[in-house]
Design a binder for this molecule. Structure first.
Ligand code: 5RP
Length: 218
């Protein structure tokens, strides 16, 4: 089974969890693209969606699904998003697509976070994937020096600006054994908007597309 088929299987399983008539949160990335397409192809009609990226918002609108601003909703029943890595504790590294801040905000608003991935994202320990850190542009050098003190090797994501007008530092070599503590420590560096560790607020349910079907973890 191809990676795309695994992503599609996880995405279709997530559609089964969507309550008709609800307002939902939608993340970003290629797995979420499959979710949006699968939702549009299904019989499930939602009231509206809040999207984590301009790309997801455009895809939703192209399917005729209303997109709302996060400020206009007080609660979301469910948030569906992918991940770059996810552990057995359902803690994640996200932000490979650079949408980590909006993703973290929508995950915070949602009652339930369902993560959909192909098998390659399901890892024993977080940290092989370079940790994305969104940074206010004028703080780039300062934050880079602080990340070095944390044992990381930051690299500027060249030619990339987030939907919020910021830059991304991709950080290799960080010790992610205590992900909640690391998430908090990095977020405390002045100039950091947020980092791609989703540990303090992990997923509530994980759907992994595999060659033998969709595996579910809670
Ligand atoms: C974007 C993300 C995505 O969820 C993550 O990069 C996974 O993407 P894909 O489904 O394309 O593998 O965090 O910021």
């Amino acid at each position: 089974m191809s990676v795309d088929t695994q992503k599609r299987a996880a995405a279709e399983a997530a559609v089964e969890r969507i309550e008709p008539g609800s307002v939902i949160g939608v993340g970003s990335g290629s797995t979420v693209d499959q979710f949006i397409d699968a939702l549009a192809a299904s019989d499930t009609r939602i009231e509206a969606a809040v999207a984590a990226s301009e790309a997801s918002a455009e895809r939703l609108r192209n399917h005729g699904i209303e997109v709302r601003d996060a400020n206009s909703v007080s609660e979301l029943s469910i948030y569906v998003d992918g991940a770059d890595e996810i552990s057995r504790h359902l803690q994640m590294i996200k932000g490979g697509g650079g949408a980590l801040t909006r993703e973290k905000v929508i995950a915070a608003i949602a009652r339930r976070f369902v993560c959909i991935v192909d098998e390659s994202k399901w890892v024993r320990a977080l940290g092989d994937f370079p940790l994305p850190v969104e940074v206010v542009p004028m703080a780039r050098s300062y934050v880079g020096r602080q990340l070095l003190k944390h044992g990381g090797r930051p690299t500027l994501r060249e030619g990339f600006t987030t939907d919020n007008g910021n830059v991304i530092l991709d950080v290799q070599g960080l010790d992610c054994a205590e992900p909640i503590a690391l998430e908090r420590a990095l977020n405390n560096i002045a100039g950091v908007v947020t980092n791609g560790l989703f540990a303090a607020r992990p997923a509530d349910e994980l759907l992994v597309g595999t060659d033998t079907g969709v595996q579910r973890f809670t």
